[in-house]
Design a protein. Structure first.
Length: 168
């Protein structure tokens, strides 16, 4: 599929929100993952860098041209828009009462937004409080965090794998 065909193809009803992500390599990797899973759009928020930039392109490998994206000054502004547009919005975060990924089924939601946080601080607390819930990736080792681009790949694979069975 070339970029023109990708742009015209149907997408999964998922928006990825990047909350103040610092690493341009991570941003580029998320673009590439969103292209691979035909995600509808990426929202870049706060200090998250925007294309075009050579350090984003290094890992995006052209996905900044295929995947639609929008910039917001704050993540809260992006979340407010998504909620007003009837998206179910979930932060990817380790909090009390989070939903373990293996227990999360997105199929009850027509449109879904997933908020991925800053590499050090995670998702802003105000944003977490505004979301419909939080999804956590179960982990079993000594470390209790994953790189954001790894988290995005795991979460999106799970969500899209369930969505594709609905033939959306």
């Amino acid at each position: 599929m070339d970029i023109k065909e990708f742009k015209q193809s149907s997408k999964f009803p998922v928006v990825v929100v990047l909350d103040n992500v610092r690493s341009m390599n991570n941003i580029g990797s998320v673009f590439r993952t969103c292209d691979a899973f035909r995600i509808d759009e990426i929202y870049l928020c706060g200090i998250t860098a925007q294309p075009p930039h050579k350090d984003i392109e290094k890992t995006a490998l052209g996905a900044t041209q295929s995947v639609n994206w929008t910039y917001f000054d704050t993540t809260q502004e992006a979340v407010n828009k998504l909620i007003s547009d009837d998206y179910a919005v979930f932060s990817i975060e380790q909090v009390e009462q989070s939903i373990m990924l293996n227990e999360f089924n997105p199929c009850g939601y027509q449109k879904l937004a997933l908020v991925f946080g800053n590499e050090v601080m995670g998702v802003e607390q105000q944003v977490v409080n505004s979301c419909h819930g939080c999804i956590e990736i179960p982990q079993f080792g000594t470390k209790h965090s994953l790189n954001i681009s790894v988290s995005a790949g795991i979460i999106l694979w799970h969500v899209i794998n369930l969505y594709k069975n609905l033939k959306l």
